[in-house]
Every structure is written in C-alpha cells, then in structure tokens.
Ligand binder design. Structure first.
Ligand SMILES: [Zn+2]
Length: 201
C-alpha cells in the first residue's frame, strides 16, 4: 500500500485520471496538481463540461457515432453524400477520418471487430444495422475503412459476404507506402501489400 499524499477526494481524482489512455500514476498526479493549481480556469470548467457531456452524450441510433443528438450531426447534414457509407471499427477512427477531411460520406461505426477468441461475433457489432441501411436503398458504395489487422480483414470479408447480392459496391482502403514513408523502413507485409496494390502512374 502506497502512502496517500492527500485526502480521499484528491486521491480519487488521481486514481481516475490514471485510468486515462497515456496517463500512468505519475502523470496522473501531475495532471491532478495542474488542475488543482488552476482551479477556476481549468478544474471548474472541466467539471462542468464533463457534467454536461454525461447529460448530453448519446449514441446515434443510425450510424453508431457519439454525439449530443440522435441522429447525429453527420447523419443529418444535408451536404453529406448519403450514397456512400464509410465503415469504421470505432468512433476514434471516424474522428481521425474527419480530422483528415478524407471523405464527405456518411459513416457506420461497428463498435469493434469480429474476434472469435474474445467471443465477439457479428451480433455484437453494428453489422445488421449496416445491412439494414444498405437494404433501405440509396447507398451505392460501402467503403470498408477497418484496420489492417487479421481481425479487421476478417470483419471486412464477413461484411462483404453479407452485402453480396445487394448490388452495392464494396471497396476497402488501399494498403501501401505511407505518405513520407521510406521503403527501407517498411515491414515486409506492408511492402508486399504495396507492390500488390500498385496503381498506374
Ligand atoms: Zn449518425
């Protein structure tokens, strides 16, 4: 048992901060002190923002995105191309694609990938919802933007099978040399995939 440096309220704050990704106990203590030292300008507004977020956050029943309205802002934005759906594993992937302004399409968040070893089957993911959205019509293309992992690719194949016969075009992200990447530093799998998926110059 490590010795407490402060009362239970502050210890609790440190414990919770330590659960955040990228923060260990040491950086959690630093973050807690930072918040405490800037109580009015940081700790109070943060607590209020968190309270509000808890109250407002809702999962979009259409696409699985996290927002404060259902359907979410992306699903209701008329400037979005509703004929293309980008399938992602997690909301974090949706945010990454949005940050990159990579697409103007709408999304479908699976909430994970197929993983029999972890007991995650199709019924645990938003696959049925995706099939329903495609069956409802108006979708011409589904872009599978899943991770280039074994589970991600297994999931992509499963979805492709589920969408077979619907007439929708199914595509996936290119695999290859990253922008700014040097061939010498790439792993063999990436290099081999890049050669296989070469494009005309
Ligand atoms: Zn949505």
């Amino acid at each position: 048992m490590t010795r407490s440096v402060a009362g239970p309220e502050i210890e609790r704050l440190i414990q919770l901060l330590a659960k955040l990704p990228g923060l260990g106990p040491r950086s959690a203590r630093r973050a807690a002190l930072h918040l405490i030292n800037r109580k009015d300008e940081l700790l109070v507004p943060l607590a209020k923002a968190m309270d509000l977020a808890v109250e407002k956050i809702i999962v979009c029943s259409n696409c699985g995105n996290v927002d404060t309205t259902d359907p979410c802002m992306i699903c209701t934005d008329p400037r979005r191309d509703a004929s293309t759906l980008v399938v992602v594993e997690e909301v974090a992937d949706l945010w990454a694609l949005e940050r990159a302004t990579a697409t103007n399409a709408r999304y479908h968040v699976l909430g994970g990938v197929l993983s029999p070893l972890d007991g995650i089957g199709p019924e645990d993911l938003g696959i049925a919802g995706l099939v329903e959205r495609v069956a409802a019509g108006g979708v011409g293309e589904v872009i599978l933007a899943v991770n280039a992992t074994v589970e991600g690719q297994t999931t992509a194949h499963y979805i492709t099978d589920q969408l077979a016969g619907t007439g929708v075009r199914v595509s996936r992200l290119a695999h290859g040399v990253p922008v700014g990447g040097e061939l010498d530093y790439l792993d063999e799998g990436t290099l081999a995939a890049a050669v296989r998926s070469r494009t005309p110059f």
